[in-house]
Design a protein. Structure first.
Length: 299
């Protein structure tokens, strides 16, 4: 099993390995830690140094070379298009996709002081929070979760923004975590188990932990990301949720300066998540989404 070496990556891949062993008694799983470019570069925005692929490329290289049999990724870190010969062989059940605001005393975004300093490197989070509080001051914050929380405790920030799922997987105290009403990144809260496309035996084993509903919403969210570009300098949120026999799919898209914002929601059959995603994308185009993407590409 290939995984990044961060505490969160090791925790979530370890949880998956435990579940896989429980489903297949006697199965032995060796963990191989792989350092990615995204782990090495911590002082710059991802959009400046290569984007989402920085967290998966070295792991995918090892997978294609046969050095590992499968990889455990955070789905939100994966590019919209996978290398030829690789595929997502299993979507385990999704954990909470929500973002949370962490302060030293559990304040909500409404109760933080004027011009509060918010630590986040995500343009998606920045622009949606700025829509809620125009006075917030945003500063770059990268590194593993422990590092981010430590910088908050040192008083460098008034609050930071983290994914709830990551905190849960690390077993961290959530008493000061307050959910914020913003759309998550496509795939947030979901693990993706990447395999070689021709490894039928392994895919058969992984099927015991596959969660169909998670796959459906993941396919819809990732199709939105793929159609809209999916780069790290694209402020994009997408979230699918199942309601009975339907899926509700929402999207947030903004220009990098926040002057243009598109928010849309569509509902459709659970059986056709890609069709629903395409319907939503076409509505984004109708509302001027191409102008936003053209402006980003010219940056």
């Amino acid at each position: 099993m290939g995984t990044r070496g961060s505490p969160l990556a090791l925790a979530q891949s370890g949880l998956f390995a435990d579940e896989l062993r429980a489903a297949h008694p006697g199965l032995e799983i060796e963990v191989k830690r792989i350092t990615t470019s995204g782990d090495r570069i911590q002082n710059r925005f991802l959009s400046e140094v290569g984007g989402k692929g920085l967290f998966v490329k070295e792991i995918e290289d090892a997978l294609m070379a046969g050095e590992i049999d499968f990889a455990v990724h955070s789905l939100k870190d994966m590019p919209a298009v996978l290398p030829e010969g690789l595929e997502i062989g299993c979507y385990p059940e999704r954990r909470s996709p929500r973002d949370v605001l962490i302060s030293r005393d559990g304040q909500s975004y409404q109760s933080l002081p004027s011009e509060a300093r918010i630590g986040t490197s995500s343009l998606r989070r920045r622009l949606q929070l700025a829509h809620l509080r125009r006075d917030f001051r945003f500063e770059m914050l990268r590194g593993n979760i422990d590092t981010r929380i430590r910088r908050l405790e040192e008083g460098i920030f008034d609050a930071i923004v983290l994914a709830r799922a990551g905190m849960e997987r690390l077993g961290l105290d959530l008493k000061n975590a307050v959910e914020i009403p913003i759309l998550p990144a496509p795939g947030q809260g979901t693990l993706a188990i990447e395999v070689r496309s021709d490894d039928a035996a392994l895919k058969h084993r992984l099927a015991t932990l596959h969660h169909d509903a998670t796959e459906r919403v993941s396919l819809a969210e990732r199709r939105v990301m793929r159609e809209l570009g999916g780069s790290c300098n694209l402020p994009l949120g997408a979230y699918g949720e199942i309601q009975g026999n339907e899926m509700r799919l929402s999207v947030f898209l903004a220009s990098p300066d926040g002057t243009q914002v598109i928010e849309e929601t569509a509902k459709g059959s659970l059986e056709n998540p890609l069709d629903l995603a395409q319907t939503l994308v076409e509505e984004v185009w109708r509302r001027g989404g191409r102008k936003i993407l053209d402006a980003i590409q010219q940056m």
